[in-house]
Design a protein around this ligand. Structure first.
Ligand code: ADP
Ligand code: MG
Length: 381
């Protein structure tokens, strides 16, 4: 049973037919040229050599990884075979390490850090986790606490420390929610000293579910760059970051619509991240009532105003955190939060499937006919 307010599927996916299209076009041109037989053979041999040369240089190379339970495709351009193998091996190791170290509930580095924070003890940890805390502090401040990864205990209380959705059953008891809210956990309670962390508030429990994917993709892109790879795309189930470009042909991605289908498509630009936060896939269900997995840290309850938010930003971490924060801000508050984050490429879909977009986003996306939409006035534009 699906509630009309909780559209089932909204996500972004990639369409890439370009390579195939080019190959077909090239073959037709050969046939049409009408050369003599000898010339044709010479041409074919030459073409074969050319194709081999191209295959070694300009072709795309792809690999897939699991990143936080999401099948993640990595595509590289203009990279030799050996180079791509090196890059993929490095990414495999990186993604595995993140999965192990950043997990909010499986025992590992982050649960160890959380235990120390709850006990008021100082704890030394990894550069990545310190950076996640530092960036989270900044983003929590800029979003007025709508994005707050210190609410791990609350997320756990709701049962969202699982990969098994939907969760069946009633919401937690109000007094339990109130008790955790009363602790007022905030990343700003954490003091950073080099690689050491200590919290002045025992209620702080870190859960990077809303930014981990974004930061993981950023790190992956940085590593690709270090390896001298300038053109690549890392796509974690529709959340993606592009570095460089795909030759002179941009990628076209589609934004999925609530309840299936798509609302439209857009071309990816150079060096940008596109992230969508949806309130429709992961939730707790009690009979026909749904409680989605994004919580308003100020009330302790799930937010339901918007079905999905898509954000384009320079980096994955910001885009990921922003998409979550804007869902929490809802229809009345998202503009203020987007402005404070310096973002002007935003698309929102409400519970009835209506699309709201900023002028800059409207200039990029091609909406399908019949999609109800509204361009929202936005002060920074
Ligand atoms: P998705 O990638 O599934 O669309 P998000 O990026 O929005 O989801 O992250 C949702 C996850 O973030 C939740 O599962 C939870 O772990 C955590 N979370 C939920 N609400 C908040 C919040 N207000 N601030 C920070 N993290 C949150
Ligand atoms: Mg997010």
């Amino acid at each position: 049973p699906s509630s009309p307010f909780m559209p089932r599927m909204v996500a972004v996916f990639l369409i890439h037919l370009f390579d195939r299209g080019q190959a077909v076009h090239a073959r037709r041109t050969w046939y049409r040229s009408g050369m003599k037989r000898f010339h044709l053979i010479v041409a074919l041999v030459f073409a074969a050599l050319l194709t081999t040369a191209c295959r070694d240089e300009a072709e795309s190379r792809q690999a897939e990884f699991y990143v936080f339970g999401t099948l993640t495709g990595v595509t590289l351009w203009d990279v030799h075979e050996a180079e791509s193998q090196r890059a993929f091996a490095r990414l495999q190791e990186t993604f595995q390490g993140m999965h192990r170290d950043w997990h909010a509930w499986q025992p590992g580095e982050l649960t160890r850090v959380n235990e120390a924070l709850a006990g008021g003890e100082e704890v030394a940890t990894s550069e990545d986790i310190v950076e996640l805390v530092r960036r989270s502090q900044e983003l929590e401040r800029l979003t007025g606490g709508r994005f707050n990864p210190a609410i791990g205990a609350l997320i756990g209380l709701w049962g969202f420390h699982t990969s098994d959705y939907p969760i069946i059953g009633p919401p937690p008891e109000r007094p339990e929610i109130e008790a955790l809210l009363a602790g007022r956990p905030s990343t700003l309670d954490i003091r950073i000293d080099g690689l050491r962390l200590v919290s002045s508030n025992a209620a702080v429990q870190l859960d990077f579910g809303a930014v981990a994917k974004g930061y993981a993709i950023d790190i992956a892109c940085a590593q690709l760059r270090e390896l001298g790879i300038d053109n690549a795309i890392v796509n974690a189930g529709g959340d993606l970051r592009v570095i460089g470009s795909h030759g002179d042909r941009p990628w076209r991605i589609a934004v999925r619509a609530p309840g299936g289908g798509i609302v439209g498509s857009l071309e990816t630009g150079r060096d940008e991240a596109i992230f969508t936060s949806g309130n429709y896939e992961r939730f707790r269900q009690e009979e026909t009532r749904r409680y989605p997995h994004i919580l308003d840290p100020r009330t302790g309850w799930p937010v339901e105003d918007l079905a999905s938010v898509t954000v384009i930003a320079d980096e994955g971490l910001l885009a990921d955190a922003a998409a979550t924060a804007l869902i929490v801000a809802g229809r009345s508050g998202w503009r203020e939060v987007a402005q404070s984050l310096g973002l002007d490429q935003v698309l929102l879909i409400d519970g009835s499937g209506k699309v709201y977009l900023t002028g800059r986003m409207a200039g990029r996306i091609e909406l399908l006919d019949g999609i109800e939409s509204e361009i929202v006035e936005f002060a920074t534009e």
